[in-house]
Design a protein. Structure first.
Length: 323
């Protein structure tokens, strides 16, 4: 996932609303290439909602959600943005954190292939090689789809940057990657780029906090969530304006045209719902079956315990529909 905020291209943490930072509570936030996945953060900054709440988020860049989550558990962050998968692993390992809210769901996942594969659907990949980052939600998605279709394929472990070149060389017949990487794959593959539809799995982006931060500063946690809710309302009432804000923040990494084209591939909404728990149970079961974490039963009750609904419920109770 290569697109980042301009400040991150220099490897420098970014303090949003910096002029007022001295009078505000600094909250360290794990960030990355989430401009499209979590635009609420950018909109809340641009609209001054964090400043009004007395918060100055300090965005710390990470290459992946997993790395940001590890920093959260290690006490280096107060809050982090990530896809749901690290939260599932962390829950199974009984690590001290809690999900505060879902921010978005990416509903346009697909496999990428080329005409050389001869595949026009999943069945066409039977006995062939699929490149993907092993041990991630991407593998979970592909495994579920292959099982559902009754197809057996060879999984090849590749890092995200290595996926399109491997497909171009013919080392693999198809690849699966993260939401932010489809544009780069299309540029590399050019006219050879083809897509195969996959299941209704939606990559679910969440904001999570350390248990220590929640315990020490519940008021700031609630204010942070409230700012995100306000930003979410702007995204619904003025999507074009929100898209302009994302484009401004992303700089050369994302074009306004690309942002507008991809906007409807997400279901935005600061919520806590049963769909999150259901997905976590499915992924937890998959993780345990593969021996990534062996000792914990992936029950709905376990994953419900890893969600702190009080902050969101205090500012937008109708958005909390957990079982």
């Amino acid at each position: 996932m290569l697109h980042t905020l301009r400040a991150f291209l220099l490897g420098v943490p970014l303090v949003l609303s910096a002029p007022a930072a001295l009078a505000q509570k600094v909250v360290t936030v794990g960030w990355g290439s989430y401009s499209m996945d979590a635009p609420q953060v950018l909109v809340a900054s641009e609209k001054g909602y964090f400043k009004e709440a007395g918060i100055a988020p300090k965005l710390i860049p990470f290459q992946s959600g997993r790395e940001g989550f590890e920093a959260l558990i290690g006490g280096q962050l107060d809050v982090t943005v990530m896809a749901e998968f690290p939260a599932v692993v962390g829950t199974l390992r009984k690590q001290p954190f809690a999900v505060l809210a879902v921010l978005s769901r990416f509903v346009a996942n697909r496999l990428i292939t080329t005409p050389a594969s001869g595949a026009t659907d999943l069945a066409g990949l039977s006995g062939k090689k699929i490149g993907l980052p092993v041990g991630t939600n991407v593998q979970f998605m592909v495994d579920e789809d292959l099982k559902r279709a009754g197809v057996k394929a060879q999984i090849v472990n590749l890092t995200p940057p290595d996926l399109p070149p491997a497909l171009l060389r013919g080392d693999v017949d198809a690849i699966a990657t993260f939401p932010g990487a489809f544009g780069g794959a299309r540029r590399i593959l050019g006219e050879r780029y083809r897509e195969l539809p996959v299941s209704a799995y939606a990559t679910t982006f969440v904001v999570a906090a350390s248990r220590d931060f929640l315990a020490k500063d519940p008021a700031t946690t609630a204010k942070l969530v409230e700012a995100l809710v306000r930003a979410d309302e702007v995204m619904k009432s003025d999507p074009a304006g929100a898209q302009d804000i994302v484009a401004k923040a992303a700089g050369k990494a994302l074009t306004l045209e690309g942002i507008r084209a991809d906007w409807d591939k997400y279901r935005y909404g600061v919520v806590l719902d049963g769909g999150l728990i259901d997905l976590m149970v499915r992924e937890g079961t998959w993780i345990r079956e593969r021996g990534i974490v062996r000792d914990t039963e992936p029950s709905a009750a376990l994953f419900r315990s890893a969600v702190a609904d009080a902050p969101l419920k205090s500012v937008a109770p109708a958005t909390v529909t957990l079982p």
